[in-house]
Design a protein around this ligand. Structure first.
Ligand code: PNS
Length: 162
């Protein structure tokens, strides 16, 4: 069984993430989309909400499941029998840090990182930018699934009332 992990914060999942997951699902027998839980980071959506959104977003891919992890990604890989990490590369600017993480991860355990070039239409897409644009009332409906857009608008409205 060739099993891979697509790790990330997914706060929230974007169409760019789904593009990478769908392509990973064609390359591997099983893909685990793993939401990294880092309590020290301030997230817009809780871990449970991010998992629920990803589960809905990935529902069409029979060999994809969603999970969470805390601590080192390599520990999660060892626990799950995973030897491949799939990462999307949007631009050269992603490469330096991703290469560093790939080399660190392979120094820690028996794992390869597979870089998948992001489809050009998503090369500018990042969860952080989606949140910023939505926060100022910009339309991100073409960048995230419709149900994510709805939750994003609701959450940002709640926050602005607080
Ligand atoms: O979506 P993000 O925020 O770019 O995802 C980053 C993530 C969660 C994939 C990365 O921070 C990670 O792997 N964190 C787990 C902690 C870890 O293993 N750190 C060492 C990396 S070499």
């Amino acid at each position: 069984m060739r099993r891979a992990v697509c790790p990330g914060s997914f706060d929230p999942v974007t169409n760019g993430h789904i593009d990478i997951v769908s392509r990973a699902s064609g390359l591997f027998d099983e893909v685990v989309v793993a939401v990294g839980i880092n309590q020290s980071k301030n997230r817009l959506f809780s871990a449970e909400e991010r998992v629920a959104m990803l589960t809905e977003a990935c529902a069409d891919y029979a060999n994809v499941r969603v999970d969470t992890f805390t601590g080192l990604l390599t520990d999660f890989c060892n626990e799950q029998g995973i030897h491949a990490i799939v990462k999307g590369l949007r631009a050269v600017s992603d490469f330096d840090y991703e290469l560093q993480m790939a080399q660190m991860n392979s120094s820690l355990t028996d794992v390869e990182t597979v870089f998948v070039p992001t489809s050009p239409e998503y090369s500018f897409l990042a969860s952080s930018l989606v949140k910023e644009v939505a926060m100022f009332g910009g339309d991100v409906s073409s960048l995230v699934p419709a149900f994510v857009n709805k939750q994003l608008i609701e959450r940002l409205a709640e926050r602005s009332r607080d």
